[in-house]
Design a protein. Structure first.
Length: 87
């Protein structure tokens, strides 16, 4: 099944919804502050990731991350190779 929307990061969420292939994640069940959708090594993160700790972000290491625009500096990979957001 092909996503009907535009190509780009949003297609990941559409793909996961349409096919069930991929994963959804939220920082908490009720009123999440940060939500991620992942598939095939790509992650779309939306919301406010400021409260997320490096250990929570560690599973995202090695993935291509599309961060919320306002948090782009936080999501740059540190030069020491540690997970995004741990700097």
């Amino acid at each position: 099944m092909v996503a009907r929307g535009y190509p780009g990061p949003a297609a990941i969420g559409e793909h996961v919804l349409a096919t069930g292939v991929g994963r959804w994640w939220a920082d908490r069940a009720l009123q999440p502050r940060a939500v991620a959708t992942s598939c095939a090594g790509h992650v779309v993160l939306r919301g406010s990731p400021e409260q997320l700790t490096p250990d929570v972000l560690a599973p995202l290491a090695g993935s291509r991350i599309d961060p919320p625009p306002a948090s782009c500096p936080r999501w740059a990979r540190p030069s020491d190779g540690s997970p995004p957001g741990s700097a």
